[in-house]
Design a protein. Sequence first.
Length: 331
Amino acid sequence: MTVLVSAEKATDFAVLSQRIRAAGLLDRRPGYYAIRLTLVAALYIGGWVGVAATHSLWFAVVLAVAYAQVALVAHDLAHKQVFRGRRWSQALGILAGNAGIGMSYGWWMNKHTRHHANPNHEDHDPDVAPDILVWSTRQAERARGLARLIGGHQALLFFPLLLLEGFNLHVQSARALGTLKRRRLESALLYGHFAVYVAAAFLLFSPGLAIAFIAVHQGLFGLYLGLTFAPNHKGMPVLTAADELDFLRKQVLTSRNVRGGVWLDVALGGLNYQIEHHLFPNMPTPNLRLARPIVERFCAEIGVAYHSATFVDSYAQALRHLHEAGAPLRR
């Protein structure tokens, strides 16, 4: 896909921004976040209390949901959706990410910022780097190592691989600590989480069940996060250096909204409104639903394709794209 856009098109985003601001959709929503943070904290604490009280592996499922919801809260903090200032956002983000779920806030924020700047760009978006999976036939033709080994059948392996994503996030967080601005603080909280987590598992369960608890919890945590993030961009156009897009088109054309009810808004943390989120990253989550008709109508006015799909169809598109991208490795 090669698209050339004149400089005048950059004013489209300014017009859209005026409409969004006029609707008050960039205003803070402290009441919403007070309730949401309280409920997520209650789910997190309740999950651990349940494990300690019952010694049941079923609470590994509850904690997988709790960890994913904490990650989604940390995501909103990173985008300054909760607080306008950086200080509180970073403090609570590091507390939630590093201490709460064992994921480096600084590492993830750096990675996610690069993703937002260049979504689905082969050279600049770390989320489509050919690490284990390949996202285009160009990447498949140059694939090496594990990506070359499994790339031809990656669509079939996608969901099983998501079960390893929780462990991968912990490993990547630990590996990145030396490069972070607040490496001492983040290291202490991250390794503190690991120590307490493993100690709790082996104190509450027999060794065999402790390993089972960790496997179930981390596996479902990774699966949940993958199910949250994958429908948003996978299967959408993958950009290269040949593509020249203004900000609005770069964000809209590489993103996909996922249609559903209130349950989907809660489960995906509002990221099912991915187009609106990419256009206005600091927009509070509950306002994304209100912004959707404004953005969709504006895109129709200027002739920019606005993509949305059901949850199931979004995955059908993503898996079909993965299968097509791996075609060179099946020859």
